[in-house]
Design a protein around this ligand. Structure first.
Ligand code: ADP
Ligand code: MG
Length: 189
């Protein structure tokens, strides 16, 4: 039931040496911080290919092993579902369903900027889960750029205010792991 991970990934498969911008301790200490039980949030930020989706799946898997209900979705799917439910006058039902899993993972927030209505629906979800359900959000945009993601600073600030109140923000830097092999073989620079 739930989860819907797009691939099988484990924390053990994450090569921390290839990713010096992230302190392994930051990741390994998360379970002990009881972030999920406390309804806190984790933001994994960084450019494409640095392992955000891998880590979000791996942390979701750990959460399931610890006995939590987990739902994995992408920002695009999530927002489309909210917009559809709103149009069909069953937003409350949808928000209720999305507040059930103890951990909601939202991958790839910020690839596409949201329309004002969609940004407001996302705000409603964040409000609903605030302090009761944990969220793990990955984004290729820094928090400073979220104004552009959420159709302006007003909604962005309201969302960030709640998300960041109890949060662990991990910023990953560096080159895409996907392109590493190609770089090594000299195919690209
Ligand atoms: P992002 O979501 O940040 O764009 P992904 O998590 O999809 O990046 O990672 C891209 C690919 O590289 C995936 O196949 C992932 O498993 C792999 N990968 C990324 N970083 C690492 C790493 N540090 N160790 C092992 N595999 C990695
Ligand atoms: Mg990804």
């Amino acid at each position: 039931k739930l989860a819907h991970f797009p691939a099988v990934k484990e924390l053990a498969g994450f090569d921390f040496e290839a990713q010096p911008s992230i302190d392994p301790k930051q990741i390994r200490d998360l379970p002990a911080s009881r972030w999920i039980a406390n309804g806190e949030n984790v933001l994994l930020l960084g450019p494409p290919g640095v392992g955000k989706t891998l880590l979000s799946i791996a942390l979701g898997r750990e959460a399931i092993l610890a006995g939590y209900t987990v739902q994995f979705t992408t920002a695009t799917t999530l927002v489309a579902g909210l917009v559809k439910a709103h149009g069909e006058r069953r937003l409350d039902e949808k928000l209720l369903a999305l507040s059930k899993p103890k951990l909601l993972i939202v991958d790839e927030l910020g690839y596409l900027p949201l329309e004002p209505d969609a940004a407001h629906l996302f705000f409603q979800l964040v409000s609903r889960r605030y302090e009761t359900g944990a969220m793990l959000i990955t984004s290729n945009r820094s928090v400073a750029e979220w104004g552009t993601v959420f159709a302006g600073p007003v909604v962005a600030t309201a969302i960030l205010d709640r998300l960041l109140h109890h949060s662990h923000v991990l910023t990953i830097r560096g080159d895409s792991y996907r392109l590493r092999a190609k770089r090594k073989s000299g195919l690209i620079q």
